[in-house]
Design a protein around this ligand. Structure first.
Ligand code: V4E
Length: 224
């Protein structure tokens, strides 16, 4: 299981030129559709858990407790640079996803649902866990690497008209978060990013625009 440490940034007309100037190498462009699922009362997202289907594969992004310099972090203690970054564990094994989801949702799910149903194609488990799609959009992503830092930089264009960049480092669970944060901070400086505000992700904008009730609930719960 890996942990994704990432910082989002706003792109501008110079972003591509700057990436070239700092030696970032374009490693490709791809397009994917994401479908996000939750219960009608938002059991998953209120716990900051994000279940999605991307390119036919299930993924669950959930919060992770990370340690920096051997000490468990609490939100008030983060450095300014760390506060601009998010950290999520990514689970991609469907039976593990189903178990985790079952732990969180309040529906009474019989054990057969998670024992028997684990094929990527069979989606009947969604209904049994009362999961419905709440967001669906397509992203065109251009990816770059900055080899000297070991970071990936993605430029995303979502089909609902939002453009956002992210600098990301993947580490194993329990891996060196401090080093990942430093790589991201150095890359941000090379890109000339000066803002000290967290930049909104695609989902923030999507929910604000198309699912305002869901968005307000997540804001009130301090998930977004
Ligand atoms: C909304 C959200 C999550 C789902 C979407 O994650 P995100 O990283 O924005 O999507 P994407 O397409 O870039 O995924 P990738 O391909 O990198 O895996 S996961 C966590 N959240 C909440 C959240 C937050 N609280 N703050 C910020 C800045 N971003 C996301």
């Amino acid at each position: 299981m890996s942990v994704e440490v990432e910082r989002k940034f706003l792109c501008n007309a110079d972003t591509l030129k700057t990436l070239e100037e700092i030696g970032a190498v374009c490693v490709g462009q791809r397009q994917f559709q994401d479908q996000y699922f939750d219960t009608p009362v938002f059991d998953l997202t209120l716990n900051d858990m994000w279940l999605r289907k991307r390119k036919g594969c299930w993924e669950l992004k959930c919060p992770t407790t990370t340690t920096v310099n051997g000490t468990e972090e609490t939100s008030g203690e983060q450095s300014k640079a760390a506060a601009l970054c998010s950290r999520y564990k990514e689970i991609t094994n469907l039976p593990d996803i189903q178990l985790r989801v079952k732990e969180v949702i309040k529906e009474d799910v019989d054990s057969e649902t998670t024992e028997k149903i684990s094929s990527q194609e069979d989606e009947s488990w969604l209904g049994k866990m009362n999961l419905v799609c709440f967001a669906e959009f397509t992203t065109v992503r251009r990816s770059f690497t900055l080899e000297e830092e070991g970071v990936q930089i993605d430029l995303d264009q979502a089909d609902f008209g939002y453009h956002v960049g992210e600098i990301e480092v993947l580490i194993p669970e329990g891996g060196d978060v401090q080093s990942a944060l430093e790589k991201i901070e150095r890359t941000a400086q090379k890109l000339g990013l000066t803002g000290h505000q967290r930049v909104e992700g695609k989902m923030n904008i999507y929910l604000k625009r198309y699912r305002p009730e869901h968005y307000e609930k997540l804001l009130s719960a301090h998930v977004l």
